[in-house]
Design a protein around this ligand. Structure first.
Ligand code: PRP
Ligand code: URA
Length: 206
């Protein structure tokens, strides 16, 4: 399952973040701003519990979030989405998956994993700006599930049909929230038109 967030504010920011002329400072700001909109949507279905609050003038029926929240950025580019989601849910815990795509094989290589125990029973949000072949996302979801997570949502900025199909095939229970579903992958397995190498653009590496 996937959900395309076609909100004008998101699409406006997406147009700027895609632009090759956008430098790393602005790119980082936009990644945070877009992430906030995407996460706002993705948080829509988290469990809540009914409570009663005593206000200065009476009793109000209210709702509070009733799940542990765990954000899992895929290193390195996923870190560019961390501030955005933590601004919405500042008490969320953070786990990390270190993956990079081997440039020759295009296969994800795992170099780090560290999760809070709340991935079991809580709601996990895997964040990575790009789901291209989907290999990195699937590897992160495999790791999380092996460690006991069973309620996971993926949030990315740009994806493509191939990446979505791969994630959906391997993990049909996981919803993917995205600002764009682009046309295709090129021969280097980059998303076209995409936004280039998200990690390099976020962190100013060549
Ligand atoms: C990028 C991106 C994803 C992955 C997407 O990371 O941030 O993690 O590639 O490609 P895939 O869907 O084909 O697996 P990269 O491997 O370039 O590492 P980085 O975050 O360290 O730049
Ligand atoms: N990783 C990126 O950063 N961009 C792509 O288009 C594909 C993989």
């Amino acid at each position: 399952m996937h959900k395309l967030i076609d909100h004008p504010c998101v699409q406006h920011k997406l147009a700027i973040i895609r632009d090759v002329e956008t430098g790393h400072k602005r790119f980082r700001e936009l990644a945070t701003e877009i992430t906030k909109f995407l996460c706002y949507e993705a948080l829509q279905n988290i469990p809540t519990k009914d409570i009663t609050v005593t206000t200065p003038v009476g009793e109000a029926k209210a709702r509070k979030i009733a799940t542990d929240l765990v954000v899992v950025p895929i290193l390195r580019a996923g870190v560019g989405m961390l501030d955005g989601i933590l601004e919405l849910v500042p008490t969320a815990r953070v786990g990390f998956v270190g993956l990079f795509r081997d440039e020759a094989t295009k296969q994800p290589m795992t170099y780090y994993e560290r999760f809070p125990p709340q991935i079991k029973g809580g709601t996990c949000f895997v964040v990575d700006p790009m789901v291209a072949t989907g290999g990195s996302t699937v590897a992160a979801l495999d790791l999380l599930k092996t460690n006991g997570a069973d309620n996971i949502v993926v949030i990315c900025i740009v994806t493509c049909p191939e990446g979505l199909a791969r994630v959906n095939e391997a993990h049909p229970d996981v919803a993917v929230y995205t600002a764009a579903i682009d046309e295709r992958l090129d021969e280097r397995k980059y998303i076209v038109p995409g936004l280039g190498d998200a990690g390099d653009r976020l962190f100013g590496t060549p």
